[in-house]
Design a protein around this ligand. Structure first.
Ligand code: C2E
Ligand code: MG
Ligand code: MG
Ligand code: MG
Length: 283
């Protein structure tokens, strides 16, 4: 008797596992509820052409306006949305909302900007993804030239699968950029094969851009490589004038970062794009 009591019970569902299973299911439920209750919101961060100083694009960045916790940032819930499989539905909402907003801006003014939308791997490789994208463009009336899809290097590991879907997307006429460039899967081979239009230099390289640092060399090399491959290049996370001047000198095409503006709600966008047209953004 006493021997049996001290034995470790063999059990798949230990309390900890059960706990994580519950929160997993709860979280999936909460994220779906958030989608249905329209608790998600997109903020838009301007992308500026260095030479003209004009806003030429906006990256759509997802936030969760939680009734109790306030504004929740994407790094806190996107991994969970990916694990629970609900990222497909959230991602479709993001795409529809961003395209709809950009089409509305274009009807309201004669400026034509491109909206950039972040994709998750599971979303990109979901069956029928390209059809969903064309459906959204048709529904919103947005010119495919005014939509950019951001992928990351890790999505390119299965190169054949990536080429197939990216070619489908390119045939629709949308633009493709590689986000956080330099931090992921590092074979440069795929840059020659994949139909991408732009590299986004990860902001971790920008933080240390000072004279003679190795990050300075990396940023210069990425810009030069992009130019040789006929790709556009944007630096993200630009916070200082020194960084801007360095990027201008290296002939980087575009910048995005707190120096210009953080991401703002759609209602604040108009002011921001007007300001940039007056050229006042560099201070
Ligand atoms: P990301 O796509 O690399 O987006 C850039 C992130 O850097 C944003 O953070 C932005 O607010 C931040 N940032 C921009 N400029 C600066 C700067 O000058 N300094 C600093 N310190 N940060 C800057 P955010 O909005 O928190 O987004 C984090 C990540 O969440 C994004 O990184 C992206 O990977 C993911 N994400 C955001 N929205 C979506 C979405 O709709 N779908 C998916 N799948 N992922 C998303
Ligand atoms: Mg991005
Ligand atoms: Mg990035
Ligand atoms: Mg990222």
């Amino acid at each position: 008797d006493s021997a049996r009591r001290t034995e470790e019970p063999y059990c798949f569902f230990n309390p900890e596992l059960l706990q994580s299973a519950i929160s997993h299911i709860e979280m999936k439920y909460r994220l779906r509820e958030a989608l249905e209750n329209e608790e998600f919101v997109l903020h838009y961060q301007p992308q500026v052409n260095i030479e003209s100083g004009r806003v030429i694009g906006a990256e759509a960045l997802l936030r969760w306006q939680h009734p109790d916790f306030g504004l929740v940032m994407p790094n806190e819930f996107i991994p969970l949305a990916e694990q629970t499989g609900i990222i497909g539905d959230i991602g479709e909402w993001v795409l529809l909302t961003a395209c709809h907003q950009n089409a509305r801006w274009q009807r309201q003014s004669d400026s034509k900007i491109r909206v950039a939308v972040n994709l998750s791997a599971s979303q990109l490789f979901q069956a029928g993804f390209a059809d969903m994208v064309s459906g959204v463009l048709r529904k919103t009336g947005l010119d495919p030239d005014c939509l950019e899809l951001e992928i990351t290097e890790s999505m390119m590991i299965d190169t054949e699968k990536a080429i197939k879907i990216l070619n489908e997307l390119k045939s629709i006429g949308v633009h493709i950029s590689i986000d956080d460039f330099g931090t992921g899967y590092s074979s440069l081979q795929y840059l020659r094969i994949l139909p991408v239009d732009k590299l986004k230099i990860d902001r971790s390289f920008l933080t240390n851009v000072k004279d003679h640092s190795s990050d300075t060399a990396i940023v210069s090399a990425i810009i030069a490589m992009a130019q040789h491959l006929g790709l556009k290049v944007i630096a993200e996370g630009v916070e200082t004038k020194e960084q801007l001047e360095f990027l201008r000198k290296e002939r980087c095409d575009e910048i995005q970062g707190f120096l210009i503006s953080k991401a703002v709600p759609a209602n604040d966008w108009e002011k921001l794009s007007l300001l940039s047209y007056k050229g006042g953004i560099y201070g």
